[in-house]
Design a protein around this ligand. Structure first.
Ligand SMILES: [Zn+2]
Length: 363
């Protein structure tokens, strides 16, 4: 995965601070380049453009890293010229052409881009790769991601942001950015107001997976068939939250959630940000205490938390769980052994229980 241009919560390194000082004072001779997340442009220090705000600047060792992150070369300071010869100018034009496709939402025709640059497609591919480390198609995907984050930072829906970023359809969006978007920390206000979370989609054996995390831990795990629907649900639930792009820590959490839903028999080691009323949390804790391979009904669960007459409220609390598998509400079945419902699909529930049963029997 290319480095993320807008890792808002990435640790600020000492080196980056020095680079920023260098930028601010417009000291010549700097060897790095910088991307501006609000414009999607990569510049060389000394660019005559207005100095961007610190939080919108991402530093890169060289132009290659910036291009891989989806930035396009600035027309004013022409950071690609350092590549040497005419190639820099030519590739800058290729980058702009490719970006044009993203902006217009049209399918990119690499052959046209090559002919505009007066190169055979294979030559273009070779040159482009030698400078950027990417194929034009990979660069297109990087531009879309790069454009997505500022779009997400505005209000609007995730899908709207995706469209704005040049994703023609939700599936395209999904394909390019399986480890997408995000919103941090637990203010616990309605609709996630004032909070920032990171959100991503992934494909698993159990279907499509949506995960969101705050700075406290994973706060949303949902399963389904349609990534667009998962996005909508997430958006509905956290409509006032701000999305942050994924960082390394989040990517690790995603990997751990994928692992968890495919191996529900394994212990949950993820940090969870569990939000709910005292009662709900009590119920969810009781769910987490059900051993792998065991199932209970609502009544039994109600008894476990010392509220034997509250089976219906217990059922409601189970139904409000937003952490699929991590809070194992799938271990609740009907008294007669029937599976009863499951927010994320009864088939998935059956699959999870079968997997846990097999594991607990030592298979
Ligand atoms: Zn510039």
């Amino acid at each position: 995965m290319p480095p993320n241009p807008a890792s808002v919560d990435a640790p600020v390194s000492v080196l980056d601070n020095l680079r920023w000082q260098q930028l601010e004072s417009r000291l010549p001779g700097a060897s790095f380049v910088y991307g501006v997340t609000t414009t999607g442009v990569v510049c060389s220090p000394g660019c005559p453009s207005r100095l961007p705000r610190r939080e919108n600047v991402r530093f890169y060792e060289d132009i290659r890293g910036a291009l891989q992150a989806g930035f396009r070369p600035c027309k004013r300071c022409r950071p690609l010229d350092k590549v040497g010869t005419d190639l820099g100018e030519l590739l800058a034009r290729v980058c702009r052409n490719l970006e044009g496709y993203v902006v217009s939402g049209a399918d990119a025709a690499i052959a046209d881009v090559a002919s505009d640059a007066d190169m055979a497609e294979a030559t273009l591919l070779r040159h482009f790769r030698s400078v950027t480390g990417l194929t034009p198609t990979e660069y297109l995907a990087a531009i879309r991601q790069c454009r997505l984050y500022p779009a997400l930072a505005k209000q609007g829906s995730v899908l709207q942001a995706a469209t704005e970023a040049g994703y023609g359809s939700a599936s395209h969006f999904y394909q390019d950015a399986p480890r997408l978007t995000g919103m941090p920390p637990a203010k616990h206000r309605k609709g996630g107001k004032g909070e920032q979370l990171t959100f991503a989609l992934a494909s698993t054996e159990l279907g499509e997976l949506a995960v969101a995390a705050s700075s406290q831990g994973v706060c949303w795990i949902a399963l389904g068939e349609d990534p667009g629907v998962l996005l909508d649900e997430f958006q509905d639930h956290f409509r006032h939250a701000t999305l942050l792009p994924p960082n390394d820590a989040f990517n690790q959490q995603i990997a751990a959630v994928c692992q968890l839903v495919q191996h529900p028999e394994q212990p949950v080691t993820l940090p969870l940000d569990i939000r709910g009323t005292v009662f709900q949390r009590q119920v969810w804790q009781a769910l987490q205490a059900i051993p792998v391979g065991m199932t209970l009904d609502y009544q039994q669960l109600a008894e476990r938390i010392g509220r034997p007459t509250a089976a219906r409220a217990v059922a409601r609390a189970c139904a409000s769980n937003v952490l699929a598998v991590a809070v194992p509400c799938h271990r609740i079945i009907r008294r007669d052994g029937g599976l009863s419902g499951y927010r994320w699909g009864v088939e998935r529930k059956a699959w999870l229980l079968a997997r846990e049963k097999a594991a607990s029997e030592g298979n």
